[in-house]
Design a protein around this ligand. Structure first.
Ligand code: RTP
Ligand code: MG
Length: 156
C-alpha cells in the first residue's frame, strides 16, 4: 500500500437481506463516492454457503444468529472498485452495530438501514486479502459458481 492509496482497489460488498429494498440508495451512495460496481449478483445463500463464507466466525457466539440472518432472504453481492475501496466502503458502512452506528456515524449505511448488532444492512471485506477470497466466493474466476444463480425479491 502506497501513500497515494490503492487506486483501483476491489472489494466485496454484500447488501444483506434487510437492506435489499434499499439497493438503489446504496448504489447511489457508491456512485457519489466514486466507487464503481464491477459485478453484481442476487443470491439466496444456503446455510452451507453462509457457513463457508463466515467460517472465520464459527466459534463466535453470534455465528448461528448470523447464519440465520444471512439465509433469511436474498442478498446482493457486488464486486466494487475505487480508490482505497476496502477502507472507503467500510467507512461508508459505519460501525458493525447499527445502534452504535446511529450514535457515532448517523449518516452511515448501517445507521440508516440496519437494525441491530446482527441485522446491519451490509458487509464489506476487512482487508485486500479477504476481498480476494470473498470476490472469488461470489464471482469465481472459473466462471462456474456453485451458488444458486438468481433469487426473487418481491415487495409488491
Ligand atoms: P461484516 O463482516 O459483515 O462487514 O461486518 P464486520 O466486519 O463489521 O463485523 P464482523 O465482526 O466481521 O462480524 C460479521 C457479522 O456478524 C454479525 N455480528 N453479530 N451480535 C453480535 O455481537 C454480532 N457481531 C457481529 C454482523 O452481521 C456482522 O456484520
Ligand atoms: Mg467482517
Amino acid at each position: 500500500e502506497s501513500k497515494m492509496g490503492n487506486k483501483n482497489e476491489k472489494t466485496l460488498a454484500i447488501v444483506k437481506p434487510d437492506a435489499v429494498s434499499k439497493l438503489g440508495t446504496i448504489i447511489n451512495c457508491l456512485k457519489e463516492n466514486d466507487i464503481q460496481v464491477c459485478k453484481a449478483k442476487m443470491v439466496q445463500l444456503t446455510r452451507k454457503d453462509a457457513a463457508i463464507f463466515y467460517e472465520e466466525h464459527q466459534s463466535k457466539p453470534f455465528y448461528n444468529p448470523l447464519l440465520d440472518y444471512m439465509t433469511s432472504g436474498p442478498v446482493v453481492a457486488m464486486e466494487i472498485m475505487g480508490s482505497d475501496a476496502v477502507k472507503q466502503w467500510r467507512k461508508l458502512l459505519g460501525p458493525t452495530d447499527s445502534n452504535a452506528a446511529r450514535e457515532q456515524e448517523p449518516t452511515s449505511l448501517r445507521a440508516m438501514f440496519g437494525t441491530d448488532n446482527t441485522k446491519n444492512a451490509a458487509h464489506g471485506s476487512d482487508s485486500a486479502t479477504s476481498a480476494k477470497r470473498e470476490i472469488e466466493f461470489f464471482f469465481p474466476s472459473s466462471g462456474k459458481s456453485k451458488l444458486a444463480g438468481t433469487a426473487k425479491y418481491e415487495n409488491c
